[in-house]
Design a protein around this ligand. Structure first.
Ligand code: PEP
Ligand code: MN
Length: 274
């Protein structure tokens, strides 16, 4: 990347030490690996209450779940909207887990920031500059997913947009890019992790679920992500993936999540992390 000086705030030239973001008691970007787990979408109260208890018991530090869903087809489940935010917030209170949820437009930012601990910008919105500026003007941390056709430079420039508005709490999330490979939903570009670490002080996590699109490949890529130096993982999990209203194919059953997290902790220890 030649234009390293473009990243006045996200780059390492003006801040060499790694940024650690604190959300309640959880740190992202420190020595400890942070796991964000939960369903693709908030579907109903029982699903959310149960999955929140499950991911907490299995050791996740944060809960995910979409209330506003960016779906390819307008006929697919679009999410429960504000009701979904309420269910997320309730599950957060009962488990003590902070919640991450997606914001799709600038008009939703003030509503979602009342319920969520971290605002997620999805891959499809990585270059929605108005949205980036809007989340940059509020105080909650932002989880910025890589666009499916975005270069690393474009991704860091998107982080710069948020930071230029005063919000320096940006977590980058690699979620795969579109290539000619058909066997996986996207191609997980794990080399972005060391590249980001070289150019930026921001924490970077990996979402293997959206990257591979099939639960059977999620564990391998989660382990590889930790080995590559990622600060955490975002994982989709569902009690009954066959019945999930979105992304069931790539959702782990709770027992698979348990197995994955056990192996993640072994890889983390092997590379001197917790
Ligand atoms: C999601 O995390 O729910 C999601 C839609 O992911 P992405 O934006 O990476 O496709
Ligand atoms: Mn999903």
């Amino acid at each position: 990347m030649k234009q390293n000086n473009l990243f006045k705030l996200a780059g390492r030239q003006n801040k060499t030490s790694n940024t650690v973001i604190k959300v309640d008691q959880t740190l992202i970007g420190g020595k400890k690996i942070t796991v964000i787990a939960g369903p693709c979408a908030v579907e109903n109260e029982k699903q959310m209450d149960d999955i929140a208890q499950i991911v907490k018991r299995l050791g996740a530090q944060m809960l995910r779940g979409g209330a506003f869903k960016p779906r390819t087809s307008p006929y697919s489940f679009q999410g429960l909207g504000e009701e979904g935010l309420r269910l997320l917030a309730k599950a957060s209170v009962t488990t003590g887990l902070p919640v991450v949820t997606e914001v799709m437009s600038a008009a939703q930012v003030s509503l979602i920031s009342k319920y969520a601990h971290i605002l997620q910008i999805g891959a499809r919105n990585m270059q929605n500059f108005e949205l980036l500026r809007c989340v940059g003007k509020q105080g909650k941390p932002v989880l910025l997913k890589r666009g499916m056709s975005a270069t690393i430079e474009e991704w860091l420039s998107a982080a710069e947009y948020i930071m230029a508005q005063g919000n320096h709490k940006v977590i980058l999330c690699e979620r795969g890019i579109r290539t000619f490979v058909r066997e996986t939903r996207n191609t997980l570009d794990l080399s972005s992790v060391p590249v980001i670490k070289r150019y930026s002080h921001l924490p970077v996590i990996v979402d293997p679920s959206h990257a591979v699109g099939h639960w059977e490949y999620v564990e391998s890529m989660a382990l590889a992500a930790i080995a590559a130096g990622a600060d955490g993982l975002m994982l989709e999990v569902h009690q009954d993936p066959e019945e999930a209203l979105s992304d069931g194919f790539q959702s782990l059953k709770p027992e698979k999540l348990a197995q994955l997290l056990h192996k993640v902790s072994m890889v983390a220890h092997a590379i001197g992390r917790e």
